[in-house]
Design a protein around this ligand. Structure first.
Ligand SMILES: Nc1ncnc2c1ncn2[C@@H]1O[C@H](COP(=O)(O)OP(=O)(O)OP(=O)(O)O)[C@@H](O)[C@H]1O
Ligand SMILES: [Mg+2]
Length: 216
């Protein structure tokens, strides 16, 4: 299991942040350890997903909102990193001091982007904010733009990789729009457990391999 803090975020709702955060954490869980998924969204999507005990990870709810003390939040997440080794953070879709604090401890930021104009705009805004953190963290954290909920039947879905490449950040393997993701959530399992031989799992495994290489 790779070690570090991976955050999944974008300033846009419904882009697949929770789907990618939960499935990635589960795909990275190994015999050697159990990652901690920090659900930083007040909605608690990941907490709800894990409620039935069907995920091979520990999920903790640490919402980032206007009442969050950034230093306390950061210290708690770093504590989980020390005990579990690997932490995946599911970020909320709004910016504030606590989200800036989250970027201070992030080793790798995944930015899911769906093939829609509104998403692309939010992604550019997120990258502008990120540039502020990078200025005093010697260029860290690295990011990976992850095409998400991609439907290759549409022109936008076929072109997303080339559109994202123009943003100047690395582009990761795409997570396609697949019904297994919806069913996995409904049954309280991750997609690799719900549909072991599915294309949906293969997408997640490809992303997990990419992330492993980036963290080591
Ligand atoms: N690759 C996918 N294929 C099919 N459905 C997906 C996929 N990714 C996400 N979804 C569905 O889209 C909806 C939004 O996904 P998700 O909750 O992961 O997004 P989010 O960015 O975390 O949203 P929010 O901003 O509300 O936290 C959910 O119903 C989820 O099941
Ligand atoms: Mg979410």
């Amino acid at each position: 299991m790779p070690q570090g803090i991976i955050a999944v975020g974008n300033l846009k709702g419904g882009v697949g942040k929770s789907t990618i955060a939960v499935n990635l954490a589960c795909a990275l869980a190994g015999k050697s350890g159990r990652p901690v998924l920090v659900d930083a969204d007040a909605q608690g999507t990941a907490v709800e997903w894990a409620a039935g005990g069907g995920l091979p990870i520990d999920v903790v709810h640490l919402p980032i909102d206007e009442n969050t003390d950034p230093d306390e939040w950061r210290a708690t997440v770093q504590g989980h990193r020390e005990t579990a080794g690997l932490v995946v953070v599911d970020l909320p879709p709004h910016w504030g001091p606590a989200l800036t604090a989250a970027l201070e401890v992030t080793d790798l930021l995944l930015i899911p982007v769906t093939p829609s104009g509104a998403d692309l705009k939010a992604t550019l805004q997120a990258l502008e904010r990120l540039a502020q953190t990078r200025r005093h963290r010697k260029g860290k954290p690295p990011t990976l733009l992850v095409p998400s909920r991609v439907d290759r039947r549409t022109a936008a879905g076929r072109e997303i990789e080339s559109v994202l490449a123009d943003m100047g950040e690395p582009v990761g393997p795409a997570i396609l729009q697949r019904s297994a993701h919806i069913d996995a959530f409904t049954t309280g399992r991750w997609v690799g457990d719900w549909a072991r031989k599915s294309a949906a799992r293969a997408d997640i495994d490809a992303l997990a391999s990419h992330v492993k290489r980036s963290l080591t």
